[in-house]
Design a protein around this ligand. Structure first.
Ligand code: CTP
Ligand code: MG
Length: 237
């Protein structure tokens, strides 16, 4: 029986520069619904998640309220708040709205294909290790380059992971890590695990997920995402 309180922070305050589209990528529609809808719906239906905090651009709060949250009855969404300049500012603002809970799932609104089995696996893992993130082993060989773009190291592919979200932490731990980050500052923060690793020197556990949990980043990802959705819809029929 699950007794812990779990909150999902869904991030949708980015501008999507690499997508080069007129609207931020999370509002591009796939099968007549905005990309952002799909992850919110998954958390809404999840047995693990109790509440959702949606972080978006100042001018998109009303749109999200009317055209996503109310339209699709996503009543676990308790707050829709304005994000910040960088991703970590957006996360920090969401953390400020949380007084107390057990675990916090931080998720990119640009990842529409998060599955309930992965949410459950993360929940089990965070209960054991207090900090975990989902990822997949790299399919490509990865090279570390020197400054002149010559190969300097070829790491063992079995140890190289591509990291996704949700990234999940005990509430107190992630709040402490972000507080320190905002006080001391740090460059090139690209995910939440990094904040916990660098600020608290805490070990973060990796959870193996699936390759479908892509982040829609560039136009070709839209083609892949549409194909995944089409396949899902055909299975339902
Ligand atoms: N994000 C956010 N606040 C920011 C920047 C990013 O909430 N200041 C969110 C994005 O909306 C996205 C997730 O964080 O769901 C992952 O970021 P990324 O894929 O980099 O999205 P963008 O920053 O929007 O895209 P780009 O880097 O191409 O501009
Ligand atoms: Mg970005």
């Amino acid at each position: 029986m699950k007794k812990d309180k779990c909150i999902a922070i869904v991030l949708a305050a980015g501008k999507g520069k690499r997508m080069e589209s007129d609207v931020p990528k999370q509002y591009i529609e796939l099968d007549r619904k905005p990309i952002l809808y799909y992850s919110l719906k998954q958390f809404q239906q999840s047995d693990i998640i109790d509440e959702i905090i949606l972080v978006t651009g100042k001018d998109e709060i009303e749109y999200c309220k009317d055209n996503i949250v109310e339209k699709y009855s996503l009543h676990k969404v308790k707050h829709i708040i304005e994000g910040g300049e960088e991703r970590y500012h957006s996360v920090n603002r969401a953390l400020q709205t949380i007084d107390e809970c057990d675990y916090i799932f931080i998720h990119d609104g640009a990842r529409p294909f998060i599955k309930e089995v992965v949410i459950k696996k993360l929940y089990q893992t965070v209960k054991e290790y207090q900090a975990c993130v989902v990822g997949v082993k790299t399919k490509d060989t990865v090279k570390i380059a020197d400054e002149e773009s010559f190969i300097s190291v070829t790491p063992n592919r079995n140890r190289i992971w591509n990291i996704q979200t949700p990234q999940v932490f005990e509430c107190k731990l992630i709040k402490k890590a972000y507080k320190k980050l905002l006080n001391t500052g740090c460059e090139n923060i690209t995910d939440d695990a990094m904040v916990v690793e660098t600020m608290l020197n805490y070990k973060v556990k990796l959870v193996e997920g699936d390759y479908e949990n892509i982040k829609v980043t560039t136009p070709s990802d839209l083609v892949i995402a549409s194909a995944f959705l089409e396949e899902k819809n055909s299975k339902k029929k």
